[in-house]
Design a protein around this ligand. Structure first.
Ligand code: 13P
Length: 249
């Protein structure tokens, strides 16, 4: 398997005001002084994308968003289109996060439709999958993520830059993580599912691990075969913590 450069993305979720832009600035300065051995992305809330784009200036830190609508424009009060995100300065977009699947009822088909629109707008999607605790305890983790991959990746991703993130729902924000072996098993299954869905055209997509990644566990997780990076929540809010993860590559 070709090993592409790892990707470490920070998902700020619904956190971040103007006062927090200093964290992005500190991250940028640290990586300009001592470049990362991986791609580094920050995904702030939509309200901060444009200001963060000005601050980052297309340098060491790339910019992403956390969701987009499946339609390119129209009467969808309160929603943000993929084109609006690129216009504001985002180049990547997280799609199908479990918090959107669970809290907003997003289905695999919804995620695929959003990915299709995102790619058409020139965004690089980070498509999230992951099992619940009940599904893991029932021995269904591999079946669940394989089904999510089959349903959430549109044909148009073939040959385009994208990533998949494996985020076990029970590991998000809990401090709990799967064992290194469990992560490896699911990542190998996801690789096979991507291959089954898109053929060899999907081989370049990194498979990120997400769920309670911290400076003290990042290096061992990032060293697992088929772990192509990390999607980080809480520990991406402070530059010092996020840097601790980035330096684990
Ligand atoms: P935590 O790193 O806070 O567990 O969140 C993971 C996540 O959901 C990233 O998208």
């Amino acid at each position: 398997m070709k090993q592409s450069v790892k990707l470490i993305a920070g998902n700020w979720k619904m956190n971040g005001l103007a006062v927090n832009l200093g964290e992005a600035e500190a991250l940028k300065q640290a990586l300009e002084a001592d470049p990362a051995a991986c791609r580094v992305v920050l995904c702030p809330p939509a309200t901060l994308i444009e200001r963060m784009a000005r601050l980052l200036g297309g340098g060491a830190v790339e910019l992403g968003a956390q969701d987009c609508h499946a339609s390119p424009s129209g009467a969808f009060t309160g929603s943000t289109s993929a084109g609006m995100l690129t216009d504001a300065g985002a180049r990547l977009v997280i799609l199908g996060h479990s918090e959107r699947r669970a809290g907003f009822g997003e289905t695999d088909a919804d995620v695929a439709a959003k990915a299709e629109t995102a790619v058409a707008a020139g965004l690089e999607p980070i498509i999230c999958v992951g099992e619940t605790l009940a599904q893991r305890e029932a021995g269904e983790a591999v079946a669940v993520v394989s089904r999510q991959i089959a349903g959430s990746l549109p044909d148009s991703l073939a040959g385009r830059p994208f990533a998949v993130a494996y985020e076990p729902v029970w590991a998000i924000g809990t401090g709990r993580t799967p064992t290194l072996e469990e992560i490896e098993v699911v990542h190998r299954a996801i690789r096979l599912a991507i291959r089954a869905r898109l053929g060899e055209a999907g081989d370049i997509a990194p498979i990120l691990y997400g769920g309670s990644v911290k400076p003290d566990n990042a290096a061992e997780i990032l060293a697992i075969p088929e772990v192509g990076g990390a999607l980080v929540g809480g520990a991406s809010l402070k530059a010092v913590d996020f840097l601790g993860i980035i330096r684990g590559v």
